[in-house]
Design a protein around this ligand. Structure first.
Ligand code: ADE
Ligand code: ZN
Length: 345
């Protein structure tokens, strides 16, 4: 590894945009398919990996929902989450805020309990063994209707002590945040803050709706907010974090080349951008791989990388004392590293 890659790997960081089902890699998918007697749509690991060529979000989602059919039992959700946390830990993740899509499982007859008990047990074990803290964010699938989201919110009631926030994901265009205003109002009244995917493929108006109607405290992606100067000023003034996912944006053709990725522009505009992996099994890298990719493509320097790591804790749902402790760890880590030459070697 180059010095800069070592620096990035060890940099203490939080991951705030990670779909646990998107960390299902082909090897684990085939293991689970075999042990659960489920047929995957592709004959081999190689064939499945070869299908990872997406022209847009929907093409990815079609495969994502197909592969997650191998997740059937509590143990599967434990193993999936444990595998992610192990990789995240190796990439310097000290805190993870993890999305899960209960409707994608309950619709197949898997119980809400099996999903959350498996995920939750792995989260608790990672905190006990490694000090890797976490939060769980229940996402509503926006291509489904409001009634299904309400039913899911209700189903989560026995598990509210495990759920830090609600989110909104899946097919964006044609499913604006306004479709879920009432569900998010109910969740908020019950103490659950909101985050929402917006501005990945959808227009800046969807980012505005996420803020105004869902009262989102964080925007997932947010790339297209940059098309609207007033909206950018608002996001900067309100310090609304953006959970940006560079390799995802590349693989889903949100950007045509990483050298055109807006992350550097976001930072220069004063936005609280963070770097995350989204669905790392599908998009070619975990969180440190994303930092390294934007370092290479955009020339993000040591100061930018440190700022992104600090932002990741600042933008989290951690309490102020924990944020302060982890940001101080970032500063101490950076201070202990010799300044790296521009070549990164
Ligand atoms: N679900 C999993 N990954 C997603 C993404 N990048 N956008 C919207 N929904 C998703
Ligand atoms: Zn996402």
């Amino acid at each position: 590894m180059t010095a800069i890659a070592d620096f990035i790997t060890g940099l203490p960081k939080a991951e705030l945009h990670l779909h646990i089902e998107g960390s299902l890699d082909p090897e684990l998918a085939f293991d689970m398919a075999w042990r659960n007697g489920v047929q995957l749509g592709h004959p081999s690991i190689e064939a499945l990996r070869a299908a990872y060529a997406f022209r847009n979000l929907q093409e990815f989602l079609d495969l994502y929902y197909q592969c997650m059919k191998v997740l059937r039992r509590e143990q599967d959700f434990f193993d999936l989450t444990w595998a992610y946390l192990s990789k995240a830990r190796d990439q310097g993740v000290r805190h993870a805020e993890i999305f899960f899509d209960p409707q994608a499982h309950t619709a197949r007859g898997v119980t809400f309990d099996a999903v959350i008990e498996g995920i939750w047990a792995a989260l608790r074990q990672a905190e006990a063994e490694w000090g890797l803290s976490s939060r769980l964010i229940l996402c509503f699938l926006r291509h489904l209707d409001e009634a299904s989201a309400f039913a899911t919110l209700e189903e989560s009631r026995p598990w509210r002590h495990c759920i830090a926030a609600v989110g909104l994901d899946s097919s964006e265009v044609g499913h604006p945040p306004s479709k879920f205003t009432r569900v998010f109002a109910k969740a908020r009244a019950e103490g659950l803050p909101a985050v929402a995917h917006a501005g990945e493929e959808g227009p800046p108006a969807y980012v505005r709706e996420a803020l105004d109607l869902l009262q989102a405290v964080r925007i997932d992606h947010g790339n297209r907010a940059l098309e609207d100067d007033d909206l950018v000023r608002r996001l900067v003034a309100a310090k609304i974090p953006l959970t940006v996912c560079p390799l995802s944006n590349l693989r889903l053709c949100v950007v045509d080349d990483l050298i055109h990725h807006p992350l550097k522009r976001m930072l220069d505009l004063g936005l609280m951008a963070t770097v995350n992996s989204d669905d790392p099994a599908y998009f070619g890298g975990y969180v440190a791989d994303n930092y390294l990719a934007v370092h290479k493509a955009l020339g993000l320097g040591r100061g930018d990388l440190i700022r992104l790591a600090r932002n990741s804790f600042e933008a989290s749902f951690l309490d102020p004392a924990a944020k302060g402790r982890l940001m101080a760890e970032v500063d101490a880590y950076a201070a202990a590293w010799p300044v790296i030459s521009p070549s990164g070697s």
